[in-house]
Design a protein around this ligand. Sequence first.
Ligand SMILES: Cc1cc2nc3c(=O)[nH]c(=O)nc-3n(C[C@H](O)[C@H](O)[C@H](O)COP(=O)(O)OP(=O)(O)OC[C@H]3O[C@@H](n4cnc5c(N)ncnc54)[C@H](O)[C@@H]3O)c2cc1C
Length: 381
Amino acid sequence: MTVIDVAIIGGGASGTCAAYHLATKGKNVCILEKNISSLERTCSGGMSAAVQNLFPFKLLPIVDEVITNVEFSWCNTDKVVAELSGSSPFWIVKREKLDSFLLDQALNSSCNLLSTFNVVDIKKISNIWQITALDGRQIEAKAVVIADGSQSPWPKTFNLGPNQQKFASTFSGRIKRKGNLRGETARFEFGLVKNGFAWAFPLSNEVNIGIGTFLDNKNSIPVNEILESFLPDLGFDPSEVIGREKKLRIWNGHYKLNGEGILLIGDAASLCDPFLAEGLRPALISGFEAAKNLIYWLDGEVNSLDAYTKTMQRNWGNSMAWGKRISQVFYRFPKVGYQLGVKRRTAPKRIAQILSGEMSYEDIAKRVIKRLLLQNQSSKS
Ligand SMILES: Cc1cc2nc3c(=O)[nH]c(=O)nc-3n(C[C@H](O)[C@H](O)[C@H](O)COP(=O)(O)OP(=O)(O)OC[C@H]3O[C@@H](n4cnc5c(N)ncnc54)[C@H](O)[C@@H]3O)c2cc1C
């Protein structure tokens, strides 16, 4: 059997991004994907345009809507509409379109794809990874990239990622018309969802609806109840939405994301933002960084995979550590958070800056602490 350079398990956003960058550098790469197509993605497709920096080709042709405004509400009232400022706009994509576009870019760069390859076993034998599918097919590779999403069993098998995985309960659905959602506007509703929020993102002729709860996720979310309150305000009947629930693995601490010849990326690496459920940008960043470090490693730099974990910690994890703290306070006291945080004049700008990577949660937290200290001082004097 030929031993390829890298086997990538999962052909979602993170896996296709890593595959593209490895293949363009002449590495022998194969994506192992359990499904035939990626039509059934549970994702609302909100994505900062900052991810354009990760690719030499233009992503705009596959963007459905460029968001210029955000509308916040508390139980459909107390609404605030604000312009999104900041250098990077917010895009809404159809996930099926994004993933198949990235897959095509990887395939055009000589990456291979084995579809209906449902990985059930990964073993390392004399420094070679042997990956087996449910139907018995096998692939051998020098390195393996785990990109199979939130339900991935492999981080635990190889003792990588958080000791305690944390999940948000989510729902994602689509409605086949636009209703009365304002043009180029993303809606965020904070009062109807316990410990979380609901959202509506416009596509060119449709709308993506999402719900996420981030703290107490033992129970499933009362999806129907929330949709019945939220959707009429957008001009929809709840029966119009077609969707499903999913447990989304979210960031829960700094942990090793690599072993010798193995890397975790995307949701399998627990990178998703624990406050806003932003998972596409870290999926693409981790795919890009994993490919970069694997290229060095394949070319003989033995420590370069450790550098992957360090880079993700520095460029993503440090901000998420603050995102987790903010999430725990905000979703426990959401009404206070809505009045004092979301409704602030600067909130849309800050959210845009977070989503584009211009600002980190750490920067935001430090500003808030400074403001509170100043308020405290002036109330004493
Ligand atoms: C309801 C909801 C809404 C969201 N909305 C947003 C949003 O608006 N913006 C945003 O940034 N993020 C959003 N996210 C998060 C985002 O969808 C994820 O972070 C992102 O999909 C991660 O990409 P990935 O490539 O790591 O995993 P995935 O997209 O899950 O891809 C994993 C791939 O691996 C394959 N696979 C799984 N098991 C196997 C196996 N055994 N063998 C082979 N292949 C396998 C799957 O078929 C799939 O193709 C949302 C998530 C949810 C649940």
